[in-house]
Design a protein. Sequence first.
Length: 78
Amino acid sequence: MAGIDRLVGKRGRSAFLAEVAREEIQRRQQREALKAAAGSWKDKDHPELKRGSAAWVRKMRAQSETRFRRIRQYRDRH
C-alpha cells in the first residue's frame, strides 16, 4: 500500500485500485476472447491477403489514390 500511496496519495488509493481492477478485468476478457477466436481465421477465406497484409494495404491505398485523382480530374474539367 505504501507504494500506491506514494504514487497517488492516500486519498487516491481507492480510485487507483478500482482502475487497476477494471483494466485487469478487461485484459483477462480480451485474452479469453482471443483464445475463443483462435483458429477462426482461415487463409482460404481471405485470398486477398495471400501476399501479406502489407501488400494488401499498399494495393488499397493505391486504388484509393487512383480514384481520388480521377475524381479530382473530373471536378477540374467541370
